[in-house]
Design a protein around this ligand. Structure first.
Ligand code: C2E
Ligand code: MG
Ligand code: MG
Length: 682
């Protein structure tokens, strides 16, 4: 075995030493790697905890400000950066940021902190200005490693005084819109940290969801209180404002306010003739004009307290608008506003589909006293509006208590009417129509009466309009037609020797507007077995003029099934002569108002004469409504009028008396043009 020399020993020692060192290094390295890994793991865990805390909070809160404050605190603690700000952009002023939250810690120079924060608050961070403005403009995060070297950093002096070196900011995006910006500062110089930026982007997204949720909630809230077409407050919000005004009035008895109920006149005509889209367009165009009539002054009360009430325009639906007029001196102020509204609506036409459309409104005004509720007040204004409408529209009425009494009565009548229809409490009276030439009865007009009880008979003028409004008229008119046809059929059988008598029946506007009118009439003719040529349906001019084209069609179809048509109350409504000649009517009934004034008004006489000429030219017969005296009859005869229906011959009488007239073969003798002697008077 060879002997190891001294040199060999030292070589071996050196080798072992090197090996030991290598192993030591390797161990150190391994330890370093392990430690780094651990730290990374730890950092990652902190990041996850941060993200989780923010996600949890984002799920719980729906207000952005709350969320921003929370995030600021969390992030400053996470990064150990000592200062942070949050800014929001307002939905309607999204070109500017407003500071909303601040967080700072570890900064000892309180004065310098305050100075920096004040500078921040006083700076307008418009799009592109300063660090937050840059983020607002780009929608992306921004990192400034050394504030001193950044030429666009507007708060440089106070930042340096505070010892701030590095800054970064990131946006909160709701869709494309930068809803908020968060910025952070460090007193050390730190290079851009990709990991951190990534985390911030994730946080920005979380906050974006809160913004979107908040916006959706606000939209929902807005929609619940606003009208979708015009964006005006709706009924709910209006009533709420009204309630505020009423509460205020309770505390300040001198405070006065008014409610205006504005309903457009003939809006239905626009809707029906130009279509619903055109109707919507008209409403949208009307709103800005209505808004100009409101006072623009602020909400500070003149009688000394700041209130949250102001003039409010709302849309209740359809063509109904309401206006709350705040703090007026007297109802006259409200009247003046109503006049302004009329003026602004009527002076210039609206342009719908390049067509000029004129508008006007019926306006009702009500003021409150201590007793009324918000609902009552609105109802009162509504009643006053109805009054304005019944006066022909385009005018304004102030509510008074009698309107309420009338409305209550009306409701009672309405209910009674319904019951009367079910219990069959209606009867027909018949008024003879007499030939001026022969003096013979040629037919009857059936006139409905309401037998309220054994002693009370109610005439149509006191209930027909209510039946019209409620739609009960549809049933009533059909009942009248059926009953009248049945009676006439019987008379025709019982009195065969006379030329076939005719039966005239009034049609209501409501029934005339029904699509199945012709079918309904046909069904009754079939059911009663009457010859349709004996049936005369009476319509008025105003019923036909709303939609004259349709009227021509309906009337033609009625003619086709064989019935005759009369134009009732002629001369009182609005006529378009151009349509009149297209209406296949057989008879004109001259309104009673002309006949009754014939004696003392030469004008009336002339009007009758012109109507006679018109009728002749159109090939129609003429019935004079309401001749009461021999003089009337003479004059009408002189004018060569065909028929008369008036008290001179007979009042409307019940079926029994009408039958008696026929039995007596009543002929009103008109011996000469000067003497007329009725042979029988009912
Ligand atoms: P109208 O169709 O013009 O009927 C004629 C009205 O004039 C009747 O009133 C009749 O009694 C009245 N009258 C007739 N001759 C004279 C006269 O010489 N002097 C005076 N002062 N009045 C006379 P009434 O029965 O009260 O009916 C009023 C209106 O009610 C009718 O006017 C008609 O528009 C409507 N009406 C009546 N019955 C019905 C019905 O069944 N359905 C519908 N929809 N309306 C009806
Ligand atoms: Mg009539
Ligand atoms: Mg009439």
């Amino acid at each position: 075995m060879p002997q190891l020399t001294m040199t060999d020993h030292s070589v071996e020692l050196a080798r072992l030493k090197r090996r030991l060192e290598r192993e030591h290094h390797a161990r150190l390295e391994a330890e370093q790697i392990a430690e780094n890994g651990l730290r990374e793991l730890y950092e990652q865990q902190r990041r996850l905890q941060l993200l989780e805390a923010i996600a949890v909070k984002a799920n719980q809160t729906s207000t952005l400000n709350d969320m921003l404050q929370f995030t600021l605190t969390q992030l400053c603690q996470f990064t150990h950066w000592p200062l942070g700000h949050a800014y929001v952009s307002l939905p309607k002023q999204c070109d500017r940021l407003y500071p909303t939250a601040i967080w700072h810690n570890y900064l000892t120079d309180e004065d310098a902190v305050e100075d920096f924060c004040r500078t921040t608050e006083m700076t307008f961070f418009d799009r592109g200005i300063g660090l937050p403005g840059r983020v607002l403009a780009t929608g992306e995060a921004a990192w400034i490693t050394d504030i001193a070297k950044d030429r666009d950093f507007v708060r440089q002096a106070s930042a340096q005084q505070l010892g701030l070196k590095t800054a970064f900011a990131f946006p909160v995006l709701a869709g494309q819109h930068v809803a908020a910006v968060l910025e952070f500062f460090s007193t050390q110089e730190i290079q851009p940290d990709a990991e951190l930026l990534h985390t911030m982007a994730q946080i920005g997204m979380q906050l974006g969801r809160v913004v979107e949720r908040q916006m959706a909630e606000e939209r929902l809230k807005h929609d619940a209180f606003h009208d979708s077409l015009t964006g005006l407050p709706n009924r709910t919000l209006f009533l709420d404002r009204l309630q505020h005004a009423m509460n205020y009035q309770k505390r300040h008895p001198k405070y006065l306010f008014a409610v205006l109920f504005v309903d457009l006149d003939r809006f239905k005509v626009v809707n029906d003739s130009l279509g619903h889209l055109a109707g919507d367009q008209l409403l949208s165009q009307i709103v800005p004009r209505l808004l100009t009539t409101l006072r623009s002054e602020d909400t500070v009360a003149r009688i000394g307290e700041t209130r949250d009430i102001k003039d409010t325009l709302a849309r209740l639906g359809g063509d109904e608008f309401t206006l709350l007029l705040d703090d007026i001196h007297s109802p006259n102020d409200a009247m003046r506003v109503a006049e302004r509204i009329q003026h602004t609506l009527t002076t210039l036409p609206f342009s719908i589909n390049e067509q000029a459309v004129y508008a006007s409104a019926s306006i009702g005004i009500a003021t409150a006293d201590q007793q009324t509720s918000a609902e009552d007040l609105l109802r009162n204004a509504n009643l006053a509006m109805y009054r304005a409408k019944s006066l022909g529209g385009a005018c304004c009425e102030l509510f008074d208590q009698s309107m309420h009494v009338r409305a209550v009565n009306r409701l009672i009548i309405e209910n009674d009417l319904r019951r009367a229809l079910v219990d069959n409490h209606f009867i027909l009276h018949y008024q003879p129509i007499v030939s001026f030439k022969t003096g013979a009865i040629v037919g009857f007009e059936a006139l409905v009466r309401w037998q309220k009880n054994a002693t009370t008979l109610i005439y149509p003028n006191d209930f027909i309009y209510i039946a019209e409004d409620t739609g009960l008229i549809l049933l009533l008119d059909m009942w009248v037609l059926q009953q009248a046809c049945r009676t006439m059929r019987q008379w025709q059988i019982d009195f065969p020797q006379q030329q076939p008598l005719t039966i005239s029946v009034n049609l209501s506007a409501r029934l005339f507007a029904q699509n199945n009118l012709v079918e309904q009439v046909q069904a009754i003719i079939n059911a009663t077995g009457i010859n349709p040529a004996s049936v005369r349906l009476e319509i008025t001019e105003s019923m036909t003029m709303d939609d004259a084209e349709r009227s021509v069609q309906i009337l033609s179809r009625l003619k086709e099934i064989g019935v005759h048509l009369s134009i009732d109350d002629f001369g009182t409504g609005y006529s378009s002569l151009s349509y009149l000649h297209r209406f296949p009517a057989d008879i004109l009934k001259i309104d009673r108002s002309f006949i009754s004034r014939m004696d003392d008004s030469p004008e009336c006489f002339q009007i009758i004469q012109s109507i006679m000429n018109l009728a002749r030219n159109l090939g129609m017969d003429v019935i004079a409504e309401g001749p009461e005296t021999a003089a009337h009859v003479q004059q009408l005869q002189a004018l060569d009028c065909d028929f008369g229906q008036g008290y001179f011959f007979s009042r409307p009488v019940d079926e029994q008396k009408a039958t008696a007239l026929l039995h007596g073969a009543c002929v009103y003798s008109m011996l000469t043009k000067d003497t007329v002697i009725p042979s029988l008077s009912a």
